[in-house]
Design a protein around this ligand. Sequence first.
Ligand SMILES: Cc1cc2nc3c(=O)[nH]c(=O)nc-3n(C[C@H](O)[C@H](O)[C@H](O)COP(=O)(O)OP(=O)(O)OC[C@H]3O[C@@H](n4cnc5c(N)ncnc54)[C@H](O)[C@@H]3O)c2cc1C
Length: 359
Amino acid sequence: MHLFDVAIVGGGPAGSSCAAFCAIAGLRSLVLDREKFPREKVCGDCLNPSCWPVLERLELAHQLRDLPHSKLCSVAFIAIDGREVIVDLPSGADCEISVKRSLFDDLLLRRACELGADVHEQTTVTGLSRNDDWKIETASGQTFHARMLIGADGRNSTVAHLCNLLPRPARERVALQAHIPLPRDFGNRIVLQFLREGYSGQAPVNETQLNLCLVGTPPTISKLRQWAERQFQLPADQGWRTITPLTRSSVPTAHENLFFVGDAARVVEPFTGEGIYYALRSGELAANAVARIFRGDDRQLVLRNFTRAHSRMYRGRLWINRLSRAAVLRPQLGSLFVHAARIRPEIIKFLTAKIVEKL
Ligand SMILES: Cc1cc2nc3c(=O)[nH]c(=O)nc-3n(C[C@H](O)[C@H](O)[C@H](O)COP(=O)(O)OP(=O)(O)OC[C@H]3O[C@@H](n4cnc5c(N)ncnc54)[C@H](O)[C@@H]3O)c2cc1C
């Protein structure tokens, strides 16, 4: 029986980052993901500038810049009545970019593999049990053994579910996402558009494609889809990826031999486009904590420090995320905010600058 030091369920940004940093620390690391990479994912595809330092530490910044991507120069907030306000984004090498998740996540997972993590794709975790070590069972009947376990398996985390820690999902909203042909003259901007039934996020991901996200409630999402079909002249058989819930309560992040990272730990409102940063950074924090435990540091102290560092990561801008949530839940309110920002643009400039400032 092969015993891994750490098993990571989920090979998205949180899991890959954690696996890569665990491998750098010399730990025997295992990653299990149910998908075959490269795979797409419901996401706005935008990378907050705070991602760059983590990517530098993974020595991936160069390779990321070589992938097809768009440098994003501004955000246009559009009210329900079409009025808009535009806020410039910071420029330079470490600016906000958009890149397809198929490319980004694959780059990260390959890096974890290159650093020595043992990666198993198309491997769905279905069962967990623990004596001293974890026994992990998969849908295809394989079993793996590890001393520590990381739940990095996203907002509907199977690990949290199997450990009876997953909060009851409030299926209040649903998102649709597609890559569609880039409209001519769209420009290198993000569009955040309030609509009567919810909102839409749009960003070019390369020279020919636009990432289009729609967020609404189950009864209104088909109206949003019809709006998008008209607005972007989409065919009726346009394929959409879908995800729910959009937000949920958080899961305690640190347990004796178990950590949760990324969306599995905490889901934030996607409007502000920060989830990937939290995933990358929490993966790194968990890897550091696990490495310290293996080095023989006081486990309780390590767990406390990890929990503190994890909440500190959100501090300072979680309130803006909550404000955005209030605005997107009531698009009329969001639109009023856009109207107000046309008169006093410094408010929206301040909020945007807080979100895209590097942590
Ligand atoms: C509409 C929308 C738009 C968004 N836009 C942005 C944006 O522009 N910028 C941004 O930063 N964030 C955005 N986000 C948030 C971002 O997508 C997430 O925060 C990010 O993907 C979290 O990464 P993660 O690694 O924690 O989880 P995920 O990316 O969800 O990865 C989890 C992995 O776990 C695997 N998995 C799940 N269950 C199992 C299982 N049982 N066994 C094995 N593997 C399993 C999955 O296949 C997946 O690969 C958006 C979210 C939504 C919903």
